[in-house]
Design a protein around this ligand. Structure first.
Ligand code: SF4
Length: 700
């Protein structure tokens, strides 16, 4: 029987970053490659491969291998298709829930990180069911060349299937989103509109009557069907996680420990300039009863966890407390909870309630340790709120990941140093049981729909990492991130770096945050991080490695590993050396690429990647010659038409009318009118977060 809709949820693999020349020249060559090089050198020193992807290389805690081996095969670049942790996205289950309710014949593929040849094979398989449409959720993609190539493969393999582009890539780059080779662009919430689009494609209704779509006309032009209203979250059905066994690859959350996700509010009333969560949606909330019900309903994986994906679960305080109280009244969540939080929302009482309700870990976007920069960002929090928040979390045994941006406009040496000092001292006083287990430090990522992109110094930038003419360009920010990694590594109880190559702690969060051995895992990760940083310090600062320190770290690392025979240690040492030399070469090529063009190794790898992705020898030859990933999967729209469509879409998310809708929605949802209608010194409307951090409290 024919399939009505094939939904795919691709997570871009590392090759997507390699295919993007801006990424290669910035975060690739100036952050990840130098760290990877130092990582391999530390492996060489230890005489053992340390990447966690391969089970045989994993440490043991409490007598068990960590992380445990569960899951499906990863993308090729991840240690030759080792098992990746089982993941199920909220997007896949939400869309499956609504397609099922609409009585449509659906297939949803949600396989985690996979490469294009995986997808090609899956599309070839789909031919047998001749899907009417294929919907791409772009939420987990930021590199456009790879996304374009994905569209190209679909056109090649399923030429008569309509392509529906959904998800949030449009927030990354509006113009590139609209230039993709798709038939329908669904901007915003898809729960009700995706089934409606499929019904329209089956001739049961008109596409024109579905708002918020950009429809490609046969002449190549694009037609917009008008703005769409935000959905009432209380009227949406609770997401049906039992459908996870019908999504590919099937994951039974009862048998397999997996993170399940739940969303109880959308949008955000704060005004952080670097953030697009607040611009792509207007605020909407579930009632607190409904929210508690949804959170408990998501707890279907007895050994898993529940992630509350609300952009700010902890705000407004009163609502959060009510949700927590309702969870507590119902016995608390059996599965540990994870949520996004602001330091301004954490105090003794909220921490206690969180503990009782089942919250174990939170992600705190602290962004800076400098008040001037926080104000510049319109973050709406105060640096002074960090220490009391950490103390409250420590008292109740809760943990957190803290995130920081380096290089927001207005940043200077002193503010970066203040941020670094904050990270280094976050866990002071909590050395035995650190609160902050991980930290993320990264340069400003300039998404189109974040208001910082409208600043004069960011005008004309068409890639999230290409603001080279800004006062604090990405190259400088990346150097500062490396400096932060080195300095934080020297403090054994400071949080571990989330993006450390090889171990990549962020990848294994489910097994880390909720493990009874999390503090032992933390110390092991810190030992590894320090080992890597010692070689980084030598490479960047010329510091001679301390032999005694290295020997101690080696002992600490190997004490958790199964002993390996001498021959294997030699082989792993040689493999580490070979990898280090390749990475060293690529680092040199990528950092010089702006001046000399792609180097020979980059061109060789590009040719191979293109051959594998496209199966087209001519394109591969061209890529081998130029080092450029081919331009695939875009349509020849008139530049003026594309500009005008992009301007409209930007205006829908950033314009005055959007702001008005947001304020009205926030007022309706949860913020007293008095807080939202407050006026600034010049009579301008002030929203929470736009000025005084104390407004957070006023707004509740
Ligand atoms: S608090 Fe700031 S960073 Fe967090 S979702 Fe809201 S606007 Fe974005």
């Amino acid at each position: 029987m024919a399939t009505d809709i094939l939904v795919i949820v691709p997570v871009e693999p590392p090759i997507a970053h390699f295919a993007d020349s801006v990424v290669r020249q910035t975060s690739g060559g100036r952050l990840h490659m130098p760290l990877t090089q130092a990582f391999h050198e530390f492996e060489e020193y230890v005489g053992a491969a340390l990447e966690l992807y391969k089970p045989s290389q994993r440490p043991h805690f409490g007598g068990e291998m960590w992380p445990p081996v569960i899951g499906t095969k990863a993308a090729d670049f991840l240690a030759s298709r080792a098992a990746q942790p089982p993941r199920r996205t909220l997007a896949s289950i939400t869309l499956a829930t609504h397609l099922e309710r609409a009585g449509l014949r659906w297939e949803v593929v949600d396989p985690g990180m996979q490469e294009l040849h995986y997808w090609r094979k899956r599309f070839e398989q789909a031919r047998a069911n001749n899907p009417t449409a294929i919907a791409i959720c772009t939420t987990f993609i930021v590199c456009e060349p790879w996304l374009r190539a994905l569209c190209h493969v679909i056109r090649e393999v399923l030429p008569s299937t309509k392509i529906i582009m959904g998800g949030y890539y449009y927030a990354v780059n509006v113009k590139k989103f609209l230039a993709l080779d798709a038939d329908i662009f669904c901007v915003g919430e898809g729960e009700q509109r995706l089934p409606a689009i499929v019904q329209a494609l089956k001739g049961q209704r008109s596409l024109e009557e579905i708002p918020g779509l950009y429809i490609r006309r046969p002449d190549g032009g694009t037609h917009h069907t008008g703005s769409v209203e935000q959905l009432d979250m209380n009227e949406l059905p609770i997401v049906d996680w039992s459908l996870s066994t019908r999504v590919e690859p099937p994951i039974d959350p009862i048998a397999t420990p997996v993170a399940t996700w739940v969303e109880t509010q959308r949008g955000c009333v704060f005004s952080c300039e670097f953030c697009d969560y607040r611009t792509i949606q207007t605020p909407a909330v579930m009632t607190t009863d409904r929210a508690a019900e949804a959170i408990l309903a998501a707890g279907v994986s007895p050994r898993g966890s529940v992630r509350i994906t609300d952009s700010t679960a902890t705000f407004p305080h009163k609502r959060w407390e009510e949700v927590l109280q309702k969870l507590i009244e119902r016995g608390g969540s059996k599965a540990p909870l994870w949520c996004f939080a602001r330091v301004s929302d954490i105090n003794e009482r909220s921490a206690e309630l969180m503990k009782l309700a089942g919250v174990q870990h939170m992600f705190i976007g602290q962004e800076s340790g400098d008040q001037r920069v926080l104000t510049e960002m319109k973050k709406g929090t105060n640096v002074k709120q960090v220490r009391p928040a950490v103390a409250a979390l420590a008292k109740h045994g809760l943990n957190a990941t803290f995130a920081f941006i380096h290089g927001f406009p207005g940043e200077d040496d002193a503010s970066i140093q203040a941020t670094r000092t904050l990270i280094k001292t976050l866990n002071d006083g909590h050395e035995d049981r650190p609160v902050a287990l991980l930290y993320l430090a990264q340069p400003l990522v300039l998404f189109d729909l974040a208001t910082v992109s409208q600043r004069p110094e960011m005008q004309g930038v068409d890639h999230w990492m290409a603001y080279d003419n800004a006062r604090f360009p990405p190259q400088r920010a990346l150097a500062e991130v490396l400096q932060t990694v080195m300095e934080v590594s020297r403090i054994p109880h400071a949080p571990a770096y989330l993006l450390m190559p090889g171990t990549f702690p962020g990848y294994w969060e489910e097994y880390f945050f909720f493990s009874p051995h999390r503090y032992e895992v933390f110390r092991w990760m810190k030992a590894l991080e320090r080992g890597v940083a010692i070689f980084l310090e030598r490479d960047l600062e010329g510091t001679k490695p301390n032999d005694a320190e290295l020997a101690r770290l080696k002992e600490q690392i190997l004490a958790r590993r199964e002993a390996i025979p001498v021959w294997r240690s030699r082989a792993e040492r040689m493999a580490a050396r070979a990898q280090r030399l390749v990475v060293q070469r690529l680092t040199r090529e990528w950092t010089n690429e702006g001046k000399t063009g792609p180097g020979p190794l980059t061109r060789g790898l590009m040719g191979l990647s293109v051959l594998r992705d496209t199966r087209n020898p001519q394109l591969a030859r061209e890529a081998l010659k130029t080092g450029v990933y081919p331009t695939l999967g875009t349509v020849n729209l008139k530049e003026s038409e594309l500009d005008s469509l992009a301007a409209d879409l930007r205006d829908e998310s950033l314009g005055v009318e959007h702001r008005r809708r947001q304020v009205a929605a926030a007022r309706k949802a949860f913020v007293p009118a008095s807080a939202l209608s407050r006026r600034g010194p010049n009579g301008e409307p002030v929203t929470p977060g736009a000025s005084d951090p104390a407004e957070n409290d006023a707004a509740t």
